[in-house]
Ligand binder design. Structure first.
Ligand code: NOJ
Length: 556
């Protein structure tokens, strides 16, 4: 591996997302923890990942799964200690795995000392200036300061109560009421976050994932949202002043001998506005949700790949490819539906799903994204082909999205169910045998999807992921940015239902690697002499044509 590749490891890295609460439970209390992750680092090395992104592990009431942080410099006791986090970061690095921590700058928990101080100090106090406290409108201040709609549905303001018991000011929360938004015009807020970055970088974190990265800055006048806001005109999304924040973070990241990496969670439909965050002095990469949200449809996926690559090229940033994360419906389930696109607003109980088709497509999708230029994200459990758990008892669902929808939206807990590691045993090896039940119940059938069950089976999804990530690492053609769509595979023209592209320099044909994904009903013939490296079907079956919903990598 050349030094250049190593220094810019994030350009083509495979980054595995660990949701600590649900990965592995070391102490048997039913909640995943850092001890559990440390005991499974060998699994991640063998899977072939370059880095782990941990969703928040900080002290938190877990009102939003940890995205409600009460102390950014301490680990929640349910997960472990700071010393364990330090040991974990070091041990992973020994195995060649870097660590990305999740920073949540838009809001804090209502149990954060700043928010408590703000409530206690009362209206007009400097403590309140770190947040967005406002008097209500109308008589007695009983009406909301704005009609902004929360990302978790409902309103974005909650009224406080004064110490004498009278109704007080309102405070802003783009998410749940227990997640008050910070005021990014306040110097304390900016200083504090730069210190948080240094705190984790000094402990060996190779980078940060930036939560809700396009929401931090608000129009201080707090106007209503215009009907059709132009670029930069929305009062709380994608404000131009955000870029100053990330430029100063980039300076912090670049001040380390091994520069640290900024990965943004940027949900913006406008790709040109999206890639502004990836200019050379801002973030390194950001999640490509456009691709993730597309249906299993060749035209839609082709368009997304092209738009993504075209938009990233001018800023010199690599694309990222994401099939899922802890917020969205698992691919096996999503791709098994008639409408296989993803939208938060469309999630409903009882949507008909064909999991056999879904799994077949999710496996093909894994090969597709692993062959595209850029960084690749794998959400824990996708390598096992886990489906979304759609029949969680209502009383165990904790996600605020469920409650705030009035119970209509199942919420996001269905993709957060603890992983099965063994065929049998209580909690399928998620925790020690005889430990407490997992914080969310696992389906009885999950022993068959466990790591143990899939381990030695060449046809398993786990084996497919291992082969794919190993081949991706070994293939120089996949490391650079070279990519071209193919009009023909061998002599045959590529139909509308098929994705076919070549990676690698292409000057020497032998070096090129071709990926074909068949999303149509008819099989696609492989050219004579094609040397198949991998395909997403059963590896014991040789391929001379690509069946429906199968992807193949071959050398022409
Ligand atoms: C995005 C996170 O991925 C999600 O889980 C969280 O609820 C919101 N940001 C708010 O922090």
């Amino acid at each position: 591996m050349s030094t250049g590749y190593e220094a810019e490891w994030w350009r083509s890295a495979v980054i595995y997302q660990v949701y600590p609460r649900s990965f592995a439970d070391g102490n048997g209390d039913g909640t995943g923890d850092l001890a559990g992750v440390r005991s499974r680092l060998g699994y991640l090395r063998d899977l072939g990942v370059d880095a782990i992104w941990f969703t928040p592990w900080y002290v938190s009431p877990l009102a939003d799964g940890g995205y409600d942080v009460a102390d950014y410099r301490a680990i929640d006791p349910q997960f472990g200690t700071l010393a364990e986090a330090e040991a974990l970061i070091a041990e992973a690095r020994e195995l060649g795995i870097r660590t990305i921590v999740d920073v949540v700058p838009n809001h804090v928990s209502d149990e954060h000392p700043w928010f408590r101080a703000a409530l206690a100090a009362g209206p007009g106090s400097p403590e309140r200036e770190r947040f967005w406290f406002r008097p209500g409108r109308g008589e007695g201040g009983a009406e909301l300061p704005t009609r902004w709609v929360s990302d978790f549905q409902g309103t974005t303001w909650t009224r406080t109560t004064n110490p004498d018991g009278t109704p007080g000011e309102w405070y802003l929360h783009l998410f749940a009421p227990s997640q008050p938004d910070l005021n990014w015009d306040h110097p304390d807020v900016r200083r504090e976050h730069e210190e948080i970055l240094r705190f984790w970088f000094d402990r060996g974190a190779a980078g940060i994932r930036i939560d809700s990265a396009a929401l931090l800055v608000k129009d201080p006048e707090l106007p209503e949202v215009p009907e059709h806001p132009g670029p930069g005109e929305h009062p709380h999304v994608d404000r131009d002043a955000l870029h100053d924040v990330y430029r100063s973070w980039r300076a912090v990241a670049d001040s380390y001998d091994e520069p640290r990496v900024l990965v943004g969670e940027v949900w913006l439909p406008d790709t040109a506005r999206f890639t502004r965050f990836l200019r050379p002095d801002e973030m390194h990469t950001a999640f490509n949700f456009d691709f993730m949200a597309r249906p299993w449809d060749a035209k839609a996926l082709r368009e997304s790949v092209t738009t993504t690559l075209d938009a990233h090229a001018p800023v010199g940033a690599p694309a990222t490819w994401v099939l899922s994360n802890h917020d969205v419906t698992r691919p096996v389930t999503r791709y098994g539906r008639q409408d296989s696109s993803f939208a938060f607003t469309a999630k409903r109980f009882g949507t008909p799903t064909d999991l056999v088709t879904g799994l077949r497509r999710a496996r093909a999708a894994a090969l597709l994204v692993a062959a595209l230029p850029g960084a690749l994200y794998v959400y824990q459990g996708d390598e096992l082909g886990l489906p979304e758990v759609e029949d969680l008892p209502l009383d165990v669902i904790q996600d605020p999205m469920h409650d705030r929808s009035g119970g209509v939206d199942p919420g996001r807990d269905g993709c957060r169910v603890p992983l099965p590691w063994t065929r049998a045993g209580s909690a399928f090896g998620f925790g020690p045998d005889g430990g407490s039940a997992p914080w969310l119940p696992q389906p009885a059938s999950w022993g068959d999807l466990s790591v143990e069950a899939q381990d030695g089976d060449p046809a398993s999804t786990l084996s497919l992921y291992r082969r794919t990530l190993a081949a991706r690492r070994a293939e120089p053609a996949l490391h650079g940015g070279a990519f071209r769509w193919l009009d023909a595979v061998g002599e045959a023209a590529v139909g509308d239902d098929v994705l076919a592209f070549a990676r690698g320099d292409g000057a020497a044909r032998d070096d090129a690697l071709v990926c074909v994904v068949n999303l149509g009903p008819e099989p696609v013939a492989l050219p004579g002499g094609a040397r198949v490296l991998l395909h997403s079907g059963d590896p014991r079956e040789a391929l001379d044509q690509v069946p429906t919903d199968v992807a193949v990598w071959f050398r022409p």
